[in-house]
Design a protein around this ligand. Structure first.
Ligand SMILES: Cc1cc2nc3c(=O)[nH]c(=O)nc-3n(C[C@H](O)[C@H](O)[C@H](O)COP(=O)(O)OP(=O)(O)OC[C@H]3O[C@@H](n4cnc5c(N)ncnc54)[C@H](O)[C@@H]3O)c2cc1C
Length: 556
C-alpha cells in the first residue's frame, strides 16, 4: 500500500529557488517537504556565477548571507570583469568589482555605492547550492526527499495530493499538502500539469561551453586574474569564468547563427583560441556544459493551489546574471503570501498577488537580457581584425573597442536597476497613492517609497541595517514619533495581522522616504504610505491581507 506524507507545502525541486522557498516558509512557521530528483550530495550543473545584491539581502534575512559570502573564489580574488583579446592576451578594459575581502571597504567601482547592507557576491552554483541545501536541511520544518520524482498531482478545493516515485526503490508515495510549488526548472513537470505554456523566443544564442581544469592558466595571464574574462578577437569570441580561482574554469564559446549545432565548431580549437594558448598547453575537460540562451516566460504562474517559480516559470539568456536571482525573488514574493494564508491572517485571495507582481517583472527582465544579448552578438561579429595588431593602429582600435564593451557591459555586471529598481505596479494587495514609481533601467534606479517599490535601505543611527530592524511580517515605519499609529495597530490586531512598529530617527531617512508612515511588507516592498493614519485603517489592513473587495481596492 502507498504511504502518505502530510505537509503544508510541497516544493518540487531543490535547486536554488526551491531551497530558498523552503527556508523562507520554514522561517514563517510552515512545514515543508522538498522533493528532488538528484541524490543527496549530487552536484548541480555549473551554471550561475552571480548572486545579486537583492538575493544577498534575502539571504541576510534568512541568516545565511555571511556563510555564503565566505564561500566561492579565494578571498583576495578580484571579482572584476576583464575584456581581452584572449584570456592570456591584451586587456582592452576592466570593470572593477571588489574581491570578497574588500567588498565592504572599497569605494572604487561602479557598484560600491549601492544602498544595501549586502552587495553582490560572485560564487558558482556548484558551491552555492550545497550550502543552501545544508541550511535548508538543518531547518526542523523542512524535510527533503532526495532521489525522488514528482510524477503528477491532483487538486481539490481543500488541498493537493502529489504522487512521488522513490527512484531508488521504485516505490510510489503520496504527499498531501495545502499548496504545491514547482521549482522544478526549465523542463518543469508542474508547469505542464497546470497547463501553463512558455511564450517568447526559443533560441537567442547557442553556446558551446566547456568546464576545464587548467592549473597553469593563471600564470599565463599578464593582465592578471579576473572573475570573468570576456574575449574578443576575429577568430573566436567567448568568455572564461574563474570557478575555484585556482585551476578550474568555465569556457563559453559563443556560436554564431550559422553554427547551429553544439559540435559545429571544434571544441578543442575553440577553447585554445579563446584562452590564447598553443597546442602544447595542457588542460583537462571536466565536462561539456553546452546551453541555449532563450527568452521564454510562462503565460500563467498558478492554477488554484499549485504555483511555479524560477526557471519553471521563466527562462532567459543569462545576460545580467539574473535567472536564478529572479527566481529567488519569485520565491520570496510567494513565500510570505502562502505563509500568511496558512497562518490564518490573510484571505486566500492574497495569493492573487504573486502572478500579478512577478509575471510582469520577469517578462521585463527577460526583454532586458535578450536585448543586451543581441547587441553583444552584433558587437562580437564586428570585432575588428586590427584588435590584436601591435603598435599605434592596434592601440587605437583596442581603446575604442574597450570603451564600447565596457559601457555596454557595465550595465549587466553592475545591474543596479535589476537589483533595486523593480517595482510591483498592478498588485491587488498594494495600496497605491497615485504617484508613479520611478522608472529604472538595467543599470540605474531611484530608491523610492512609492508603494510597490523595494523599501529604500538606510543605516540606522545605532549602526544597524534598517532591514535588520524590520519585523518578520508587516512593519510600520514611523519617521515622526508625534504621529499616531494606534488605529492601524488596533486594526491589525483585530484581523490578527502581525505588525511591528519601528520608529526611525527622522534624520536617518525621512527625506528619502518622504512620508511620516510607511507600511513595509514581509518581503521588504512598500504596501502603503501616508503622513498620518488612513481614514479607514481596517480597510487598509484588509487590502494588504487580500481581503478587500474590488470596490474597496478602487477607493484605496
Ligand atoms: C551558463 C549559465 C549561466 C547562468 N548564470 C546565471 C547567473 O550568473 N545568475 C543567475 O541568476 N542565473 C544564472 N543562470 C540561470 C540559473 O542557473 C537558473 O536560473 C537557476 O538554476 C534556476 O534555479 P531553479 O531552482 O529555478 O531551477 P534548477 O536550478 O533547474 O533546479 C530545479 C531542480 O528541480 C529538480 N527537478 C526537476 N523536475 C523534478 C521533479 N519532477 N521532481 C523532483 N525534482 C525535480 C531538478 O533536479 C533540479 O535540481 C545561468 C544559466 C546558465 C545556463
Amino acid at each position: 500500500m502507498n504511504s502518505t506524507i502530510q505537509t503544508q507545502v510541497l516544493v518540487v525541486g531543490a535547486g536554488p529557488v526551491g531551497l530558498t522557498l523552503a527556508m523562507d516558509l520554514a522561517g514563517r512557521g510552515v512545514d515543508v517537504v522538498v522533493c528532488e530528483l538528484r541524490r543527496a550530495g549530487e552536484p548541480p550543473r555549473i551554471r550561475s556565477n552571480h548572486v545579486s545584491a537583492r538575493s544577498m539581502e534575502i539571504f541576510r534575512r534568512l541568516g545565511i548571507a555571511e556563510d555564503l559570502r565566505q564561500a566561492g573564489l579565494p578571498a583576495n580574488f578580484p571579482h572584476d570583469v576583464s575584456f581581452r583579446t584572449t584570456a592570456t592576451g591584451i586587456e582592452l578594459a576592466r570593470i572593477p568589482i571588489p574581491s570578497r575581502n574588500e567588498r565592504f571597504t572599497t569605494t572604487d567601482g561602479p557598484d560600491t555605492w549601492w544602498p544595501t547592507p549586502e552587495p553582490p557576491h560572485r560564487i558558482n552554483q556548484i558551491y552555492l547550492e550545497p550550502l543552501l541545501l545544508a541550511h535548508a536541511a538543518s531547518r526542523s520544518r523542512v524535510r527533503i526527499l532526495h532521489h525522488a520524482q514528482v510524477e503528477g498531482f491532483s487538486q481539490r478545493e481543500t488541498g493537493v495530493v502529489a504522487t512521488i516515485r522513490d527512484l531508488g526503490s521504485g516505490r510510489v508515495l503520496s504527499v498531501a499538502c495545502d499548496y504545491l510549488v514547482g521549482c522544478d526548472g526549465g523542463k518543469s513537470t508542474v508547469r505542464k500539469k497546470i497547463g501553463a505554456t512558455l511564450a517568447g523566443t526559443p533560441v537567442v544564442q547557442r553556446v558551446q561551453s566547456t568546464y576545464i581544469r587548467a592549473p597553469r592558466l593563471l600564470s599565463h595571464m599578464p593582465a592578471g586574474p579576473a572573475w570573468l574574462c570576456q574575449v574578443l578577437n576575429p577568430r573566436r569570441c567567448g568568455a572564461v569564468f574563474a570557478i575555484d580561482g585556482r585551476e578550474t574554469w568555465l569556457v563559453h564559446n559563443f556560436l554564431d547563427t550559422h553554427e547551429p549545432g553544439f559540435d559545429s565548431v571544434d571544441r578543442d580549437w575553440a577553447v585554445r583560441t579563446i584562452l590564447g594558448v598553443g597546442p602544447d598547453f595542457r588542460y583537462e575537460v571536466i565536462s561539456h556544459e553546452d546551453w541555449v540562451g532563450r527568452r521564454l516566460v510562462a503565460d500563467r504562474f498558478r492554477d488554484r493551489r499549485a504555483f511555479i517559480c524560477g526557471d519553471a516559470a521563466h527562462l532567459w539568456i543569462p545576460n545580467a546574471g539574473y535567472g536564478m536571482n529572479a527566481g529567488i525573488a519569485d520565491a520570496t514574493d510567494l513565500s510570505w503570501q502562502i505563509a500568511a494564508t496558512l497562518n490564518g491572517w490573510a484571505s486566500a485571495a492574497i495569493l492573487d498577488g504573486y502572478e500579478a507582481e512577478r509575471r510582469p517583472i520577469t517578462e521585463q527582465v527577460s526583454r532586458y537580457a535578450m536585448g543586451l544579448a543581441l547587441k553583444l552578438m552584433e558587437r562580437r561579429r564586428a570585432t575588428p581584425a586590427e584588435i590584436e595588431m601591435p603598435g599605434a593602429v592596434g592601440d587605437a582600435v583596442r581603446a575604442r573597442v574597450g570603451k564600447a564593451v565596457h559601457d555596454d557591459n557595465v550595465q549587466q555586471y553592475c545591474c543596479g536597476g535589476l537589483n533595486f529598481g523593480y517595482f510591483y505596479d498592478a498588485s491587488p494587495i498594494i495600496a497605491y497613492d497615485g504617484e508613479a514609481q520611478p522608472a529604472y533601467t538595467m543599470y540605474d534606479f531611484t530608491p523610492s517609497s512609492v508603494p510597490g517599490c523595494r523599501a529604500p535601505h538606510v543605516w540606522l543611527r545605532d549602526g544597524r541595517s534598517l532591514y535588520d530592524a524590520l519585523g518578520p511580517d508587516y512593519t510600520l515605519l514611523r519617521f515622526d514619533p508625534a504621529v499616531g499609529v494606534a488605529g492601524l495597530v488596533e486594526a491589525a490586531a483585530r484581523r490578527r495581522v502581525p505588525l511591528a512598529v519601528v520608529d526611525v530617527a527622522a534624520s536617518d531617512a525621512r527625506p528619502l522616504y518622504g512620508r511620516n508612515l510607511v507600511l513595509v511588507r514581509p518581503d521588504q516592498h512598500v504596501a502603503w504610505r501616508g503622513d498620518g493614519e488612513p481614514a479607514e485603517p481596517l480597510g487598509l489592513v484588509d487590502l494588504v491581507r487580500g481581503a478587500a473587495t474590488a470596490q474597496a481596492r478602487k477607493v484605496a
